[in-house]
Design a protein around this ligand. Structure first.
Ligand code: GUN
Length: 292
């Protein structure tokens, strides 16, 4: 079994980004600038945004957090988006999800200029992704594609089973892996809450991508010998032995499943760091005006 070490690969890619940013600055150019808009006090969102800020600084990308109370109105948040769309010193920005219930997330996403949409959530970017045109890819699916690419995992002609059909992960990764490309060229089965007999389908997977949001939902009896398993889940388990008071685990029961796999991602240290580094790659791309 080979561990798909997202932490190690992310730090390698960060070094590549840092080199490019340093060269830009030596050349008298402004560093790339990423903004994260954070509404409310959701602890997971705060952790993600803090991590985006730290990782940006590690590679020389300027990062700002715009914080708003959860009482901000939809209209006011749309004005923030309009402002960021026009700010020439901001290359790309994200609005951290989820947003409070009184704000229509889709309306906010659609207001972001596609050229600054480094999350790749705007319908223009998702549409271009579907057509295989240059665009910003959503960070988690992009990170998974980079892992498969850099570890040279064979995907041509493989049966890929995706568990979960979210707009952020399941649906885009199913499109990316079925495209005529490398990585890609898979036959993809997308499973969801209405799918009958999921274990029967997962046992036929050469590549299994799990993004269900359900702790340890995938057990060893659901995995074929030699499969590639990618775990997108992140769950906090109370653990008094940790300084933070919790440890992280995934949607896959790693200890039971790992022995059957050819490749597997750990949690933490698998897909998570790759998601963050993909956002940095998108920011650099936005700075270089490589869009589209
Ligand atoms: N919430 C959970 N994941 C994400 C992400 O990738 N981007 C944004 N904006 N919000 C999220």
């Amino acid at each position: 079994m080979i561990l798909l070490d997202g932490k190690e690969l992310a730090s390698k890619i960060k070094a590549e980004i840092a080199k490019e940013v340093a060269a830009m600055i030596d050349n008298g150019e402004r560093a790339p600038h990423l903004v994260a808009v954070l509404v409310g006090e959701d602890p997971a969102s705060q952790t993600y945004v803090a991590s985006k800020e730290k990782n940006s600084h590690d590679v020389g990308i300027t990062s700002s957090i715009y914080r708003y109370s959860e009482t901000i109105s939809e209209h006011e948040l749309l004005e923030v988006v309009d402002f960021l769309n026009l700010d020439p010193d901001v290359d790309g920005f994200i609005v951290q999800l989820p947003l409070p219930k009184h704000i229509d997330e889709q309306k906010i996403i659609e207001r972001i200029s596609p050229e600054k949409d480094i999350d790749g959530f705007h319908p223009v970017n998702l549409g271009k992704m579907m057509l295989g045109l240059p665009c910003f890819l959503p960070a988690t699916p992009m990170g998974i594609m980079t892992l498969l690419d850099r570890y040279r995992v064979e995907t041509d002609g493989k049966h890929c089973v995706v568990l979960g059909r979210s707009h952020i992960v399941g649906t885009p990764i199913s499109i990316l892996l079925s495209r005529k490309a490398s990585p890609g060229n898979c036959t993809v089965t997308l499973c969801h809450s209405f799918t009958h007999d999921i274990p029967k389908i997962t046992r036929e997977a050469d590549i299994l991508i799990v993004a269900m949001g359900k702790q340890h939902a995938v057990t060893d009896d659901m995995v074929k010998n030699g499969a590639v398993v990618i775990d997108v889940g992140v769950h906090r388990i109370p653990d008094e032995s940790k300084k933070s008071g919790f440890r992280l685990t995934g949607d896959v029961d790693f200890d039971k499943v790992a022995g059957k796999c050819s490749y597997i991602t750990p949690v933490p240290g698998g897909v998570g760091p790759m998601t963050i580094v993909s956002l940095l790659q998108n920011t650099l791309k936005a700075r270089k005006k490589m869009y589209p």
